[in-house]
Design a protein around this ligand. Structure first.
Ligand code: URA
Length: 434
C-alpha cells in the first residue's frame, strides 16, 4: 500500500477501504506521510466526499491514533459538548462552568480557531496564565478536585485530528461533512465521555450554510455516536449573525464573564439554556428540559456559575484578578466606532464576513504556525431586528494596526445591512436531532 495510490483512488472518486484509511492515519500521525500528500488526500475527500462506511472508518482511525481516556473513575454518565464552530461562539466558556456548578463533572477538550470561526482554546489562552496544555493526570485530578477542566488538544488524544484540523485550516477544507463529523466524533470518542451534546451551527457564520446540510451533519454524527455506544444529541442553532455582541478572543472572554454574571444577550441565552438542558438530561440529573433550564438560571442568579468559572481559571493557573476586574485585560491600540448613516432596522450582519474580517485584524490564523492577536475584534452594539437612528453606534472595532482598522470600518459598513422595513427577530434553535 502506498499514499500515492490512495490519493489517486480518492481523486478518481473511488471508495477507500478500512486498511487504506488506517494506513493513511497511522503514517500521517507518525510523520511518514508529508503535509502536502495529506493535503492532496484531504482535498480529494473534500471534493469527492465519503460513504458512511468511509466516514466511520476515518473517525475510528483518528480516535484510536492516540490514547483513549477512561473517565469511569469520575462517573458513569459523563457528558461532553462540542460546537461545529461559529463566529462569536463563546458558549463552552459560559455553559460548562454552569454545568459544573450543578455538580455534573465536566471534562472537555476544545479546539483552536478554524477558518473564519474562533476557537475556545485561543479564547481561554487570552486569560493571562491560563494553561490549556496539561497532562492527562492533571486533567483527571482537576475534574476530581473542582468538577471541571477545559483544555486544548495537547494531550495525546486523537493526534491525527489535531494534525488534519490544522492542515484543513490552511488549505480551505473546513466546511465539509465527512471531515467535520470525523474530526468532532474522533475527539469525543478519544476524550472518553459517555454521552455527547453537539451544537450544530447553521447559517452564514457556520460551516453548514443551510438547514438541510446541518441536518445531514447531525444525522452523520448521531449515527457514529450510536456505533460507538455514546448517546448523541445534536441541537441545530442559528449562526447567521455573530453570536452575542463580541467577536475576538479577549472581547469574548469579557462577554462570557458578563454572561456568567447574568447579563446574557437573548441569542446566547437560548443556546446556553437548550444545550445545557440536554446536557443535564443526558447526565441523568433531570428528564424535564424546562426544569433543567430553571436549574441553569438559578446557578447564574445565585453566583454559583461565576464562582465555578473563577475556580476553573485559578486551577488552570489563570490570573483571576483579570476576571474580577475586566478592565485589566490588554486593550487594542485603536478602538473606533462605526456610526449609522441612515435610519431603519438591522437587516443582516453576515457572520462569515465578520469572522474573516476578525482574522484579517489578527484574531485568527491564516497559516498553521501563526500566533494570534488576543485583543482585536469587534463589539457590536446592535443585533438583527434592532432599530437604528442616524448617528447610532453600530459596532466598535478593536485593532492594533491603523490601516487595518480603517479597512475594517469600511467593510463593516457594507456588512451591516440596514433596511427601512421592520425586521422580525429570528429563531435561534432550529431543530433537535437524536
Ligand atoms: N470543530 C471540530 O472539532 N472540527 C471541525 O472540523 C469543525 C469544528
Amino acid at each position: 500500500m502506498n499514499i500515492l495510490e490512495i490519493i489517486a483512488k480518492k481523486r478518481d472518486k473511488k471508495e477507500l477501504t478500512k486498511e487504506e484509511i488506517d494506513y493513511f492515519i497511522k503514517e500521517y500521525t507518525s510523520g511518514t506521510i508529508t503535509d502536502y500528500q495529506a493535503a492532496s488526500l484531504v482535498m480529494a475527500i473534500y471534493i469527492n466526499g465519503m460513504t458512511e462506511e468511509e466516514i466511520t472508518n476515518l473517525t475510528l482511525a483518528m480516535a484510536y491514533s492516540g490514547e483513549i481516556l477512561d473517565l469511569s473513575s469520575i462517573g458513569e454518565n459523563i457528558v461532553d459538548k462540542h460546537s461545529t464552530g461559529g463566529v462569536g461562539d463563546k458558549i463552552t466558556i459560559i455553559l460548562m462552568p454552569i454545568i459544573a456548578s450543578l455538580g455534573i463533572p465536566v471534562a472537555k477538550m476544545s479546539g483552536r480557531g478554524l477558518g473564519f470561526t474562533g476557537g475556545t482554546v485561543d479564547k481561554l489562552e487570552s486569560i493571562p496564565g491560563y494553561t490549556t496544555s496539561i497532562s492527562i493526570e492533571e486533567f483527571m485530578n482537576n475534574i476530581k478536585k473542582i468538577g471541571i477542566s477545559l483544555i486544548g488538544q495537547t494531550l495525546n488524544l486523537a493526534p491525527a485530528d489535531k494534525k488534519i484540523y490544522a492542515l484543513r485550516d490552511t488549505i480551505s477544507c473546513t466546511e465539509n461533512i465527512p471531515l467535520i463529523a470525523s474530526s468532532i466524533m474522533s475527539k469525543k470518542i478519544a476524550a472518553g465521555a459517555h454521552k455527547i451534546v453537539l451544537d450544530v451551527t447553521c447559517g452564514s457564520g457556520a460551516f453548514m450554510k443551510n438547514k438541510e446540510d446541518a441536518i445531514l451533519l447531525s444525522k452523520t454524527m448521531c449515527r457514529i455516536g450510536k456505533l460507538a455506544d455514546k448517546k448523541t444529541v445534536c441541537v441545530i442553532t442559528s449562526m447567521d449573525e455573530p453570536l452575542g455582541y463580541a467577536v475576538g478572543n479577549i472581547l469574548e472572554i469579557k462577554e462570557a464573564v458578563e454572561c456568567l454574571k447574568g447579563n446574557m444577550p437573548d441569542d446566547v441565552k437560548e443556546v446556553v439554556l437548550n444545550l445545557g438542558a440536554y446536557i443535564i438530561k443526558l447526565s441523568g440529573k433531570g428528564d424535564n428540559l424546562e426544569e433543567n433550564k430553571k436549574l441553569i438560571i438559578d446557578s447564574i442568579q445565585s453566583g454559583k456559575a461565576y464562582n465555578k468559572f473563577l475556580e476553573l481559571v485559578k486551577n488552570q493557573n489563570g490570573d483571576i484578578e483579570y476576571i474580577k476586574d475586566l478592565e485589566k485585560f490588554e486593550k487594542a491600540k485603536y478602538i473606533k466606532p462605526l456610526l449609522a448613516k441612515e435610519e431603519g432596522y438591522i437587516k443582516s450582519i453576515n457572520a462569515e464576513k465578520v469572522g474573516k474580517l476578525s482574522v484579517y485584524l489578527g484574531a485568527g490564523r491564516l497559516k498553521k504556525e501563526e500566533t494570534i492577536d488576543s485583543s482585536v475584534g469587534f463589539v457590536f452594539n446592535k443585533k438583527v431586528g434592532d432599530k437604528v437612528e442616524i448617528g447610532d453606534n453600530l459596532v466598535y472595532i478593536h485593532a492594533n494596526d491603523e490601516e487595518k482598522c480603517e479597512k475594517a470600518l469600511k467593510e463593516l459598513e457594507e456588512i451591516i445591512e440596514i433596511t427601512k422595513n421592520e425586521i422580525q427577530k429570528k429563531e435561534h434553535i432550529l431543530g433537535i436531532i437524536e
